[in-house]
Ligand binder design. Structure first.
Ligand SMILES: NC(=O)c1ccc[n+]([C@@H]2O[C@H](COP(=O)([O-])OP(=O)(O)OC[C@H]3O[C@@H](n4cnc5c(N)ncnc54)[C@H](O)[C@@H]3O)[C@@H](O)[C@H]2O)c1
Length: 253
C-alpha cells in the first residue's frame, strides 16, 4: 500500500521501535494514532506528529475497543496497525527461591501475546470496512516478536512463549483476513537500542552488541521502522515472520 494519506495506529508508540515507526510513517504522509498506556510518552509523541493519543492497556477489551474507535473516528478509518507494545521479563523456571511466579508468566503472555491479538482483532474489524485499493488491499498489520521466539535464553520462558505465540498466529491470522485484503506479518528483532535495552548496564549492552555478526552493533529503531514501511509497501509479503537481527543467534545465556 502507498503509505501517503493512510491512517495508522501504533501500539507502544510512545517509545522505542513504536515511536520510530510512528515518525517514519508520519514522514511518508500517514495520519498517526498512538495507542500506549495512560501516563506514557505516547501523548507527547502523538502531539509532535499532529496525531491523536488514544490511551489504552492492550490487555483490556474495553480500552482497546474505545481507543481504536477513537483513532478511526479521528482519521476516517484505520489502514495500518503496528503492534509494538510489550514488556521484557526474566525469571528462571526454578530459582533458589523456588518455582517461578505463575502470575509473572501470565502477565508477560497477557501483554505480549494476548494484547497483540486484542488489537489485531479490533483494528482488523475496522480495516475490512475500507474501500479496497486497485490490488484489493484494505489494510496491513505488523506485529513484533523477537529472536527469543526461536532461541530464548536462560530466564526467558515467559518472554519466549509470548513471542513464539505471536509467530505462531501470524500465518493463521493472515489466512483469516485474506478474503478481506488485509495482510498480517511479524518482525522478529534482534537487539535494538531502545528504553527496553537501556535498562541493562552498559557492559551488558556492549557484550550483546559484540555477539551480533554483522553489523556488530545494536540495531537502530529507524531500521525496524524501515522494514515496517517496506512490508506495508510490498503487497506480496504476507503471513511471514522476518528476522531483523544482523545474523545474531542468541546463546543459552
Ligand atoms: N529493543 C529490543 O532489542 C527488542 C528486541 C526484540 C523484540 N522487541 C520487542 O519490540 C517491542 C517494542 O519494544 P521497545 O524496545 O521499543 O520497548 P520500549 O520499552 O521502548 O517500548 C514499549 C512501549 O510499550 C508500551 N506498553 C507496555 N505495556 C503496555 C500495555 N500493557 N499496553 C499498552 N502499551 C504498553 C510502553 O509504555 C512503551 O511505550 C516489544 O514488544 C519488545 O518485546 C524489542
Amino acid at each position: 500500500m502507498d503509505i501517503n494519506s493512510l491512517s495508522a495506529i501504533i501500539t507502544g508508540g510512545g517509545s522505542g521501535l513504536g515511536e520510530a515507526t510512528a515518525r517514519a510513517l508520519h514522514a511518508r504522509g500517514a495520519s498517526i494514532g498512538i495507542l500506549d498506556l495512560e501516563g506514557s510518552n505516547g501523548a507527547d509523541v502523538a502531539s509532535s506528529l499532529g496525531g491523536v493519543f488514544v490511551p489504552a492497556d492492550v490487555t483490556s477489551d474495553e480500552q482497546v475497543t474505545k481507543a481504536i474507535a477513537d483513532a478511526a473516528a479521528a482519521h476516517g478509518g484505520i489502514h495500518i496497525l503496528i503492534n509494538c507494545a510489550g514488556i521484557a521479563s526474566a525469571e528462571r523456571t526454578v530459582s533458589r527461591d523456588g518455582p517461578a511466579s505463575l502470575e509473572g508468566f501470565s502477565r508477560t503472555v497477557n501483554i505480549n501475546l494476548i494484547g497483540t491479538f486484542n488489537t489485531i482483532r479490533v483494528a482488523a474489524a475496522e480495516m475490512v470496512k475500507n474501500d479496497p485499493t486497485e490490488d484489493g488491499e484494505r489494510g496491513v498489520i505488523i506485529n513484533t516478536a523477537s529472536v527469543a521466539a526461536f532461541e530464548g535464553q536462560v530466564g526467558q520462558a515467559a518472554y519466549s512463549a509470548s513471542k513464539g505465540g505471536v509467530v505462531g498466529m501470524t500465518l493463521p491470522i493472515a489466512r483469516d483476513l485474506a478474503r478481506d485484503g488485509v495482510r498480517n506479518n511479524t518482525i522478529a528483532p534482534g537487539l535494538f537500542l531502545t528504553a527496553m535495552l537501556m535498562g541493562l548496564p552498559e557492559e551488558a549492552r556492549e557484550a550483546l552488541a559484540n555477539v551480533t555478526p554483522f553489523p556488530t552493533r545494536l540495531g537502530k529503531p529507524e531500521e525496524y521502522a524501515q522494514l515496517a514501511c517496506s512490508i506495508i509497501e510490498n503487497p506480496m509479503i504476507n503471513g511471514e515472520t522476518i528476522r531483523l537481527d544482523g545474523a545474531l543467534r542468541l546463546a543459552p545465556r
